[in-house]
Design a protein around this ligand. Structure first.
Ligand SMILES: [Zn+2]
Length: 424
């Protein structure tokens, strides 16, 4: 089938992809539970109804993953990976529509996960059906829908990769913001983490006699700015990433208000650091002897988390504050490099770029995502070159009132259907 016909068919799938997005949103798969069994049943029912081969793979029965497979005539295997777990909804009063109602309004689908990334998963489902209805397709395509992405892929992509279930020549990650029809972009990789926990210890005492104790909260609060100083540390990512880093800085500047451009300038050259969790105190009349703070620290791919953690340890030591300890919170932080990245010059990248350019009629930017994706597992663990294109709407991931445009979803259907047909 020629590409024009495929795109015409995809153009008519707006209602279907919106309904499927809404259907997925209605199954609450938010962490901390992150249960994906409802979403997986929903995807399975769709596959069964349309005669699409599928299998459920679960290490934890409440957090299953599912693959939909369309066999091709050739020997190449393309895998598409997207996640069906979501982050919590936060305060309900910040939502115009309830977060798990999947309301379709104003040419958008609203709800937790619509942008990140149940909409993209719905687009992949429609692509699987469209490809499956063709007489024959050249490449085998597997659409994987995974759990646990938002917490590092433990029962999802990480487990699927470690257990050898991902087998493919190339991988398309459906996560992230591909810029929609107006500013299309491909993700060459994503940042990785070097998270740390800062622990402050002190000495307990009665709340009425604080001078007899050593307050761990006071120590922690004084120490936090010392950890934050690591945002001046120059990262050691590989030279080959230079053009992608420069492209990313420009891309993120375009997405952020003018006053944040200074931050974007250094966002890929130094770590980002933010203290997002504090645990401390037991009772109002007890001077606490323990307090801890957790930091989310993100690094440009190819740089070394250990060096950053060591730098933080130096800074905390330099602070001169007593009773402090820095503990790395990321697995493998000691010997690994952060995130992942692919070459912008591969045949895969050229072909993927060409398809998106043909469909959108726009030049395609190459960038590095600031957030992590399942691409870390498919690329670094399964060893499959992984490029990202997602249908997310700018600025919507993890936000209240999250939504996605049906226009973005239809574009996703086009790209996820067309690319496996033309890839050589
Ligand atoms: Zn995501």
């Amino acid at each position: 089938m020629n590409l024009d016909n495929v795109l015409k068919i995809a153009e008519g799938t707006g209602d279907e992809v919106a309904q499927l997005t809404s259907g997925l949103v209605k199954y609450n798969s938010a962490h901390p539970d992150g249960f994906t069994d409802g979403c997986v049943e929903y995807i399975k029912a769709y596959c069964d109804k349309h005669g699409i081969e599928n299998e459920v793979h679960a290490n934890d029965p409440k957090k299953p993953n599912i693959v939909a497979r369309v066999k091709g005539t050739g020997d190449k295997n393309i895998i598409w990976v997207g996640h069906i777990d979501v982050v919590p909804e936060g305060k309900l009063e910040n939502w115009t529509y309830p977060p798990y109602d999947g309301v379709i309004a104003d040419d958008c689908v609203y709800g937790r996960g619509s942008s990140d990334m149940k909409g993209s998963c719905a687009a992949a489902m429609v692509s699987a059906r469209t490809l499956n209805e063709m007489e024959s397709i050249p490449n085998t395509v597997e659409f994987w829908f995974t759990s646990d992405e938002e917490i590092g892929g433990g029962e999802g992509a990480r487990w699927l990769a470690q257990s050898g279930r991902f087998k493919g020549d190339i991988c398309v990650i459906g996560d992230g913001n591909g810029g929609g029809p107006y500013a299309p972009s491909i993700d060459l990789g994503c940042k990785g983490g070097a998270g740390v926990k800062l622990i402050a210890k002190g000495q307990t005492a009665h709340g009425s006699t604080p001078y007899l104790g050593k307050n761990a909260i006071t120590r922690l609060i004084k120490a936090i700015p010392w950890v934050e100083k690591v945002d001046n540390f120059t990262l050691d990512w590989p030279e080959g990433l230079k053009s992608a880093v420069e492209g990313s800085v420009e891309y993120y500047k375009g997405m952020t208000p003018e006053e944040s451009h200074g931050v974007m300038e250094k966002n890929f050259y130094t770590p980002s650091v933010t203290c997002n969790i504090i645990h401390a105190g037991v009772k109002i009349n007890v001077v606490p002897d323990y307090a801890e703070a957790e930091f989310d620290i993100r690094l440009t791919p190819g740089s070394h988390p250990k060096k950053v953690v060591d730098r933080i340890k130096d800074l905390v030591k330099k602070s001169g504050i007593e009773g402090l300890e820095v503990v790395p919170t990321r697995e493998h932080a000691a010997d690994d490099y952060a995130g992942y990245y692919e070459s912008p010059d591969s045949s895969f990248a050229d072909q993927f770029k060409a398809v998106i350019k043909t469909i959108t009629g726009k030049p395609v930017n190459m960038k590095i995502l600031t957030g992590g994706t399942d691409g870390i597992s498919t690329s670094k663990i399964a060893g499959i070159p992984s490029l990202g294109y997602g249908t997310s709407l700018t600025g919507q991931a993890h936000q209240p009132d999250e939504r996605v445009t049906i226009e973005n979803l239809v574009l996703g259907v086009k790209i996820f259907t067309a690319f496996p047909l033309v890839y050589q």
